[in-house]
Design a protein around this ligand. Structure first.
Ligand code: NDP
Ligand code: PMR
Length: 399
């Protein structure tokens, strides 16, 4: 069983106690129980959770509770928001399916946003927009292939030619290759998941920051979608292979498969490459915040929208995984969220006045209220973020 295979990769005994602390010990040998009670939607860790598994490497860790800072939903526009009557323009990458499409739809439905659907497959994006009932005046599809830095530059040029202001950028697109035996590469020869999810977005966000600066919209935002699976202070983030950027030696040596195609310089692992790319996304958001928030007034944010187990992200996973993953997340972890709900969450981060704080990694709890979540040690390591920034700048040709 696909998920059982995954269980067998878990640390031998994982117990989640009150306050969301979880500890693991290496003694047990079989999957004997998996119980949740009083499920805690701070990334869906329940008060009591016990998992036992077949074999265990040295594993003994303690995982910190998620910080929960409840943010009341805002019903009224702030005085700032009332300043402008014009529609905001939001660029959403990867808006042709899943979370990106649902976000585009949620924003369009408010009547306050024009969405630029920045997609690699023009026809698919047009069809997707129609299929969810978006009206033509609420969106524009523009070509963007994040697996090509040339395409990123071309997108920025094309966008500038439209002379539209840019008010919000949402870096959402991603690829996940959990079953790939060998790495594949972007046009410039970077391992595909990190090349697309991190480097493509890194260049895009750096170039479009100038355009965001020019916007007169009252709340300018740049959002980079993160994930729980890149955060090793959560149960989900402890499912092997775990994210780990190490000292970035693989990235520094070009991530082109000559020395290594993994950021930490290790053996290729598609699932790890994705999780590493999400750590890069969350580190980049914080580095942008540190460097530019004060100077530009732009709000930088990341988020974990919930487990949207039905999206195209899992298209390369084995069929059994795709069959079992949604019920597993719905009924066992209770981490499941529909595409529609996840789209509303990301749309909140785009436009809700109460989510205007910069440098935050947002999550949602059981009753769908947002809170400022705590990132793992690595995903909040300021020194690593700086190093990642500098190495990435070189790779994308900005330094
Ligand atoms: P989908 O596969 O449904 O959407 C991914 C989107 O990215 C698609 O539109 C896809 O385009 C696009 N894309 C992929 N490669 C490129 C590229 N080279 N250039 C441009 N666009 C590209 O997955 P999700 O909606 O689930 O994922 C969206 C975001 O949510 C990702 O950042 C993911 O990490 C994050 N996330 C998802 C979770 C989940 O449970 N699903 C949980 C946490 C975070 P195309 O349609 O052409 O394939
Ligand atoms: Mg995970 C609280 C429990 C929880 C949550 C919220 C997720 C989210 N997952 C949880 C637990 C578990 N998962 C457990 C206990 C297992 C072992 C059975 C498990 C397994 C698992 C696999 C094999 N989970 C996965 C996979 C994937 O291939 C997905 C992945 O890692 O993609 C990178 C995944 C996910 N689990 C999640 C989420 C949100 C994902 C998709 C990850 C993402 O988009 O970042």
């Amino acid at each position: 069983m696909a998920l059982q295979a995954a269980y067998s990769l878990l640390p031998s005994t994982v117990s989640i106690h009150k306050e969301g602390r979880f500890v693991a010990s290496p003694k047990e040998t079989t999957v004997t129980s998996f119980s949740f009670s009083n499920s805690l939607r701070a990334d869906k860790i329940s008060n009591r959770l016990t998992i036992k598994r077949r074999q265990s490497p040295r594993f003994s860790t303690s995982i910190r509770a998620q910080t929960v800072t409840a943010t009341p939903p805002a019903n009224e526009a702030s005085p700032e928001q009332k300043k402008t009557q014009r529609k905001g323009t939001a660029v959403v990458t990867g808006a042709s399916s899943g979370l990106g499409l649902a976000t585009a739809k949620a924003l369009a439905d408010t009547g306050k946003w024009h969405v630029i659907m920045a997609c690699r497959n023009f026809l698919k994006a047009e069809k997707a927009a129609k299929s969810v009932g978006m009206s033509k005046e609420d969106y524009t599809v523009m070509h963007l292939d994040l697996a090509s830095l040339e395409s990123v530059k071309q997108f920025v040029d094309n966008y500038r030619r439209t002379e539209r202001p840019l008010d919000v950028l949402v870096c959402n697109a991603a690829v996940y290759q959990p079953t790939a035996k060998e790495p594949s590469f972007t046009a410039e020869g970077f391992e595909l998941s990190v090349g697309t999810n991190h480097l493509g977005h890194f260049l895009l966000s750096r170039l479009l920051l100038d355009d965001l600066k020019k916007s007169d919209y009252p709340s300018k935002r740049m959002i980079i979608v993160g994930s729980i699976t890149g955060n090793t202070n959560t149960l989900a983030g402890n499912v092997p292979p775990k994210a780990n950027l190490g000292d970035l030696r693989g990235l520094a040596s070009g991530l082109n498969g000559q020395n290594s195609s993994m950021i930490d310089g290790g053996e290729y692992d598609g699932a790890k490459a994705y999780k590493d790319s999400k750590v890069c996304n969350m580190l980049t958001m914080q580095e942008l915040h540190r460097r530019y928030h004060e100077e530009t007034g732009v709000t930088f944010a990341s988020l974990y929208p919930g487990c949207i187990a039905t999206t195209g992200l899992f298209r390369e996973h084995i069929p059994l995984f795709r069959l079992l993953f949604p019920p597993f997340q719905k009924y066992i972890t209770k981490g499941y969220v529909s595409e529609e709900e996840a789209g509303k969450r990301l749309a909140q981060v785009v436009s809700d006045p109460s989510l205007g704080k910069s440098g935050v990694y947002w999550s949602w709890n059981n009753n769908s209220s947002s809170f400022e979540n705590q990132l793992s040690k690595e995903a909040s390591d300021a020194e690593k973020a700086k190093k990642l920034w500098e190495v990435s700048e070189k790779l994308v040709g900005l330094a």
